[in-house]
Write a protein that binds this ligand. Structure first.
Ligand SMILES: Cc1cc2nc3c(=O)[nH]c(=O)nc-3n(C[C@H](O)[C@H](O)[C@H](O)COP(=O)(O)OP(=O)(O)OC[C@H]3O[C@@H](n4cnc5c(N)ncnc54)[C@H](O)[C@@H]3O)c2cc1C
Length: 535
């Protein structure tokens, strides 16, 4: 499908005339763009999909504005950039009076990094800020195995092509690597050693995760030249030592270096609409760091890239369909949402694990021949977990899907997820089966020296047990799913110049793995095609 319906040179001439006139009328540098100033491309959101789009557009010489609702988070030498679990404040939450995780504690309202959206049937966690989900993520960079990938994605997305071209392209920029052995050997990473040892005993393929982590900075945390952060399990509110390789330091930095990409933080997009013959109008409000509106603006663009995450992109599209600002959207908009088969598990009754330390995440276990359905577990620290426990995120393949609905009275969009449906309950069972094997195979009978002296052969049973739950997800996916709302290159059906390049494009699952690298790799695949279409 070629996208050459407009005359790009004509557009550039108009934009340049507008820009010259505007600059001449301004004595000092502007804080925001002027309303209705045309730009070639707008990207909404600066997470994985948005960062890839921005870099590829910038490299292709296409003038691009990235609108991001959150602020920039630059690591400061005082190592007090982010709030911590131990001392939460406004910086941990997106415009909320409460901390989003652990015990509810009141905080000041601020444009913090993590949003918890309590939807119908599930809570969803999302990042907010320049870098999107990469500011809050663990950094797990996990390419799905072929077997699960091919179960989830349309056959027109060739695994070999993804494996040889697009996943390596993302890795070449994120530069992930596994936990080095010298760090693994420290007491901080005892939980990793036990996780891997128990996976081995249970006969599951396992290993260290590829992580977007600067392990040299983790070494500095260990040797005391940086304050402890990752090593004491501080992750989801940001890592103050700078050990997290978030997108603002790689993809987005490189996009800005092209000279063609301008990132506008603290700009919330409220509505998108078609401007026949010209492209799209993006309406947004500029806010200050406390969420107070400074002004409303709109920008007109030829190419509009939706990358506000599964939740943000779905909301904008569902609203645009309901309000007929994009009347050609089809009925699949807002459908096909999934939680990536996520569930959070805790194992207890284990030997000492040092469970609050050793971040951002380290070990993985694959149970792909689970008779109920493939399962992957990834291990991560929980700062306040009791001794003798381990925390893991389990991922299976969801069997049914949620949908978004527009509420005209509230002018709001809500997600509906049938948490108690038989399919979703079965999903928990897939993962429970893996835990059961893990627990059974690691049950040991320990001789107790004192008992043995007096009573002979008495033994104490060391019995691990596991619990998991799926009331919350950090991996929202779908809402503008490929082969339904868009084609597999993210081109929205019924429109030219309108694209979805983030988690909304994905059919509810990234095949038993955390989504970031798959979102980015698919965005790379989309962008290669889209740039070819429009150049
Ligand atoms: C706590 C946590 C830990 C995680 N750990 C991992 C991990 O280790 N590995 C992994 O692979 N994945 C992880 N994830 C998931 C991963 O972060 C997401 O899958 C990924 O970020 C989604 O990419 P995206 O491009 O779809 O959207 P996002 O990265 O969410 O980016 C969307 C961006 O759009 C912005 N936005 C939203 N609405 C608007 C609007 N209306 N106007 C302007 N801007 C808007 C948001 O602020 C955000 O910056 C984690 C997620 C969380 C929450």
């Amino acid at each position: 499908m070629a996208n050459k319906f407009y005359n790009r040179r004509q557009f550039l001439q108009t934009a340049s005339l507008f820009s010259t006139a505007l600059m001449a009328s301004l004595a000092s540098p502007r804080l925001t763009r002027a309303s209705d100033e045309p730009v070639e491309a707008v990207v909404i959101g600066s997470g994985f999909g948005g960062s890839v789009a921005a870099l590829r557009l910038g490299k292709a010489g296409i003038k691009t504005v990235v609108l991001e609702r959150g602020r920039r988070w630059t690591i400061k030498p005082d190592q007090n950039t982010f709030a911590t679990y131990r001392n939460p404040d406004g910086r941990c939450a997106w415009l909320s009076p409460n901390a989003p995780l652990f015990e509810e504690s009141p905080i000041d309202i601020y444009t913090g990094v993590l949003q918890r959206k309590d939807e119908n049937g599930i809570s969803v966690l999302c990042g907010a800020g320049v870098g999107g989900g990469s500011l809050v993520y663990n950094g797990i960079t996990y390419q799905p195995p072929r077997q699960t990938f091919e179960r989830v994605f349309p056959s027109s997305i060739n695994y070999d092509e993804m494996d040889k071209i697009y996943y390596p392209r993302v890795r070449s920029i994120l530069k992930p690597s596994p936990l080095p052995q010298d760090i693994l050997a420290t007491s901080y990473y005892q939980s990793t050693r036990i996780f891997l040892e128990q996976a081995n005993i249970a006969g599951f393929p396992n290993g260290l995760l590829d992580m977007a982590t600067d392990w040299d900075i983790v070494r500095q945390e260990i040797n005391g030249t940086k304050s402890p952060s990752a090593i004491i399990g501080e992750i989801w509110y940001g890592i103050n030592s700078g050990a997290k390789k978030s997108l603002d330091g790689n993809y987005l930095a490189q996009a800005e270096q092209t000279g063609n990409v301008e990132i506008l933080p603290l700009h919330i997009v409220t509505e998108i609409s078609e401007v026949p013959g010209r492209g799209y109008r993006v309406s947004c409000i500029q806010i200050n760091e406390y969420g107070v509106t400074i002004k409303s603006i709109s920008i007109t663009c030829r190419y509009l890239f939706l990358a506000a995450g599964s939740m943000g992109t779905s909301e904008l599209l569902v609203k645009a369909k309901a309000k007929k600002t994009l009347p050609n959207l089809n009925d699949y908009v807002g459908q096909g949402w999934g939680n990536n088969g996520d569930n959070f598990g805790t194992r207890s009754g284990l030997p000492p694990t040092n469970p609050g330390q050793g971040g951002p995440a380290t070990g993985r276990l694959e149970h792909l021949d689970n008779p109920f359905g493939p399962v992957i577990l990834v291990e991560y620290p929980t700062w306040n977990a009791p001794e003798g426990t381990l925390s893991a995120l389990g991922m299976a393949i969801p069997r049914n899907s949620g949908s978004f609905k527009y509420d005209a009275a509230k002018d709001a969009v809500k997600l509906n997820w049938a948490a108690d449906s038989p399919e979703n309950k079965k999903l928990l069972k897939d993962v429970e089966y893996t835990y059961r094997i893990l627990d059974r195979k690691n049950t040991t009978f320990n001789r107790q020296p004192h008992t043995e002296l007096r009573l002979g052969s008495h033994k104490r049973k060391n019995q691990p047990t596991s619990m998991n739950s799926a009331t919350i997800t950090a991996h929202p996916l779908g809402g503008a799913v490929m082969d339904k709302v868009c084609d597999t290159y993210g081109r929205v059906i019924g429109y030219q110049g309108l694209y979805v390049v983030d988690g909304a494009l994905i059919p509810g699952s990234t095949a038993c793995t955390p989504p970031s690298i798959t979102i980015a790799a698919l965005a790379e695949r989309c962008m290669e095609q889209i740039i070819a279409d429009i150049s």
